[in-house]
Design a protein around this ligand. Structure first.
Ligand SMILES: [Zn+2]
Length: 94
């Protein structure tokens, strides 16, 4: 997924901490639409749309104005991590 251009380095660093601490829950993926909840100061709803692996819009219920927040970034990082783990598993089994 392409999204690095949407987030500042600070945001990504914060997002990594969320992934490490398993703050991402209720992840569901429907075609180009990703929905998840992220535990911050409260539980935030994140929605992400993408087209051909490029993120087009991010929405989050946190007070950060534009939706391109650490919660949305955390969901994307989490997805990348899951995909990597899956690929590593596939490689081991062949
Ligand atoms: Zn947020």
């Amino acid at each position: 997924m392409e999204y690095n251009h949407l987030f500042s380095q600070t945001m990504l660093t914060r997002a990594y901490a969320y992934v490490d601490d398993n703050h991402i829950t209720n992840l569901s993926i429907k075609e180009n639409h990703i929905v998840a909840q992220v535990k911050g100061q409260s539980l935030y709803d994140v929605e992400i749309n993408h087209v051909e692996k490029k993120v087009t819009t991010c929405q989050c219920s946190c007070p950060y104005e534009n939706g391109y927040c650490k919660h949305a970034a955390a969901v994307l990082l989490y997805l990348d991590e899951q995909q990597l783990k899956y690929m590593q598993k596939q490689m081991k089994s062949t």
